[in-house]
Ligand binder design. Structure first.
Ligand code: SAM
Ligand code: FES
Length: 352
């Protein structure tokens, strides 16, 4: 019965809310294995066994927001705050390029210090130095005009997780200054402008239910993003959620498999968070349908300051170490890291 729902998702790329809830509530190891095999097949049809790298540059840990789950939230006075200069960001790109990265992801807290002019200037410089690379921004909610200016300056992609598509759950995770409506409007705007858009959510965030997860899946089904970032929620000791339990590898993998079947050509990262709660988490994610890994390119001096959650891996490693570590890990499970921008194979297909 549950197997049939998986077959249906593979064939139609959509299910109803009740069907997603049924799958989530009735999953067991056998069903998961059935799902993962299908997800691997679909991924291989589109991308073979190639794994795409994204070089993550965490350029600021200042944030004006106060999300209850996040270690760099404004109210956390114990964070030692930093900002990278344009020269430091460019040095990360240079190193990354030599290591074979062809996508750079500029990620940070919502930091007003970097106004539109500064961001545009950084984008222009990176794109003129590395015209063969894709540039992804992940800097939170900004106006439509700002998003448009960044796109016109050369940014190709934008990552903005919707976090949860259930408005009541959204309230549980964020102060009232942040709304699901605003988040969704940003994502809609980004799509309209022409970005390759990435959305996603945390698995096992406090208050999450099978019903709210089904809402997340329905939202992704409707938005049809090019990328979906999901990883387990992990508590950070200096946040209101410090005593909450972390999300599980098992449920994260199950959701990765479902998302691969729903959006066959999606770019799906094996996140640092899943590698943090499970030493083999990233490998397991690849074997459940993921095809992207995002090693850190941030300078070693600031790595441990971008602590979204406790025990984050790789905070003491050089970019080159992570790059080679990932390559080795992927090889061991029969996959290869490629030097490629790794664009979505669905870019011109509205149906997938
Ligand atoms: N400020 C930008 C934004 O809000 O989109 C980008 C940076 S934000 C820190 C990146 C992502 O980290 C968030 O979308 C959230 O899902 C994730 N994150 C934050 N705290 C986390 C935690 N405690 N456990 C797992 N993921 C977390
Ligand atoms: Fe950083 Fe393995 S990915 S050390």
């Amino acid at each position: 019965m549950m197997n049939q729902l998986i077959d249906k998702l593979k064939k139609d790329h959509r299910l109803t809310k009740e069907e997603y809830i049924a799958l989530l509530k009735n999953r067991d190891p056998e069903l998961s294995e059935y799902l993962f095999e299908k997800a691997r097949n679909v991924r291989e049809q589109y991308y073979g066994r190639d794994i795409y790298l994204r070089g993550l540059i965490e350029f600021t840990n200042y944030c004006k927001n106060d999300c209850y789950y996040c270690g760099i939230r404004r109210s956390n006075r114990n964070v030692s705050r930093y900002r990278l200069t344009k020269a430091q960001i460019l040095a990360c790109c240079r190193e990354g390029y030599l290591l074979g990265f062809r996508t750079f992801v500029l990620q940070g807290g919502e930091d007003g210090h970097y106004n539109d002019t500064m961001i545009v200037d950084i984008i222009r410089e990176i794109k003129s130095l590395y015209p063969d690379c894709a540039l992804t921004l992940s800097i939170g909610e900004r106006s439509y005009e700002s998003y448009k200016a960044f796109y016109d300056a050369g940014a190709d992609r934008y990552l903005l997780r919707h976090e949860t598509a259930d408005p009541i759950h959204y309230r549980r995770l964020h102060p009232s200054s942040l709304t699901l409506e605003a988040r969704k409007q940003c994502l809609q705007g980004l799509k309209e402008i022409g970005y390759q858009v990435g959305s996603g959510f945390m698995v096992g965030a406090p208050g999450q239910t099978p019903e709210s997860l089904a809402e997340d899946l329905l939202y992704l089904q409707e938005l049809r993003p090019h990328m979906v970032g999901i990883g387990p929620f992990i508590p950070h000791h200096d946040t209101p959620f410090s005593a909450e339990p972390e999300g599980t590898t098992e449920l994260t993998l199950f959701l990765l498999g479902l998302i691969r079947l729903m959006l066959p050509a999606v770019l799906l990262p094996a996140t640092t968070a899943i590698g943090t709660i499970d030493p083999a988490g990233r490998e397991k994610a690849i074997l459940a349908g993921a095809n992207v890994v995002m090693p850190n390119l941030s300078p070693k001096e600031v790595r441990d300051k971008y602590l979204l959650y406790d025990n984050k891996i790789c905070t003491g490693d050089e970019a080159a170490e992570c790059r080679h570590c990932i390559e080795g890990r992927m090889q061991l499970i029969g996959y290869q890291v490629v030097v490629d921008r790794g664009d979505s194979r669905a870019l011109d297909q509205s149906s997938t």
